[in-house]
Design a protein around this ligand. Structure first.
Ligand code: TXA
Ligand code: MG
Length: 316
């Protein structure tokens, strides 16, 4: 793998300033970046993803001081930013400044913002000197990309340039926390475990991902889905199925089995989740059988994504 050099970063920054789309690696998944201050660039981003316009985007900045012009940080939000940024935590805060395109925030008075923990992403953010709206670089509803190759396969010509940083280290999207009311609410479990957030704040945190009201489209039931159907908590796969297991649990006679982490490490499992689902999908099996995954630490985010992959699909 050859890392993008300074010239590639400059080229990417030039394209972004001209309103074009550039995919770049973050520690979680690859993002599809656009100038968050440009209506035209953000509109092109929604088109490239086939994403419903009511689903707002995360704005990426290189550090806390670059976030402050766009969002109101109270002391708890500042504590979380200082503890976890750069890192896999997205804060939903009251918006300020009026510079971000209302398309990026879907017209809400809040903004989702984060500082990614990846050298290429940070170099790009500094080189553009722009806040970048960046959803995962996949077609809406599909599996998120954790390699540059996944991005090219999913988006093709819709993306002008893909910066290749190799496989993503965390492998699952950021944890989204709403800090716009009296109690912090988890809108999407992700790369920073919820108990670490509660510990940093020393207050209880509400897990809202199961409520019915649509707070965050990461809460939409069917999402992060492969082509094959997904069956959860399976102990014995059928012979014609592909199987995903964990911690060396035997799955029976599946046509292909991938173990997310034979030694039972949930971080390792998260890092290979999406690539493994892709590989199993490519076997052409009509369903993927998934072993039980422990509901703790990163297992909470893994199970959230697997439940959405297994949810009933909207009709096409
Ligand atoms: O790890 C990540 O977060 C990746 C990388 C590229 O940074 N990005 C990502 O973006 O996952 P996306 O667009 O796929 O997910 C953004 C999530 C969605 O669930 C969206 O609904 C939520 O953040 N969101 C964005 N703005 C929001 C807001 N103002 N209020 C509530 N939820 C919001
Ligand atoms: Mg996404």
């Amino acid at each position: 793998m050859s890392e993008p050099d300074a010239a590639a970063i400059q080229e990417a920054a030039h394209l972004l300033r001209a309103g074009r789309l550039v995919a770049f690696p973050t520690e979680t998944v690859y993002g599809l970046g656009a100038d968050a201050t440009s209506d035209a660039a953000v509109a092109a981003l929604y088109r490239a993803k086939g994403r419903p316009a009511a689903n707002p985007l995360i704005v990426h900045v290189p550090d806390l001081s670059a976030a402050e012009p766009f969002a109101e940080f109270d002391s708890r939000a500042r504590t979380l930013a200082r503890t976890f940024w750069p890192g896999s935590l997205t804060l939903v805060l009251r918006q300020r400044g009026g510079r971000i395109s209302p398309l990026a925030t879907a017209g809400l008075n809040t903004i989702a913002i984060r500082v990614p923990d990846h050298p290429i992403a940070l170099q790009l953010l500094r080189a553009t000197a722009l806040p970048l709206a960046a959803p995962s670089a996949n077609r809406s509803g599909k599996l998120s990309p954790t390699t540059a190759q996944h991005v090219r396969e999913g988006l093709g010509d819709a993306v002008q340039l893909v910066l290749d940083g190799g496989p993503c280290r965390v492998g699952i999207e950021s944890t989204v926390v709403a800090m716009d009311g009296p109690t912090p609410r988890i809108l999407r479990p992700g790369g920073i475990p919820v108990d670490e957030i509660a510990r940093a704040l020393d207050v209880p945190v509400l897990a809202e991902t199961t409520v019915q009201t649509l707070q965050s489209p990461g809460q939409m039931p069917s999402h992060y889905a492969p082509r094959a159907l997904v069956r959860l908590n399976v102990r014995e796969a059928r012979a014609n199925e592909a199987a995903l297991t964990f911690g060396a649990l035997p799955m029976g006679a599946a046509r292909m089995t991938i173990d997310l982490s034979p030694r039972g490490d949930l971080n390792e499992a998260a890092a290979s989740l999406y690539a493994s689902l892709r590989t199993l999908d490519e076997t052409g099996a009509t369903s993927i059988a998934v072993a039980p995954i422990p509901e703790r630490g990163m297992g909470i985010a893994i199970n959230d994504r697997l439940r959405r992959a297994a949810a009933p699909r909207p009709e096409k």
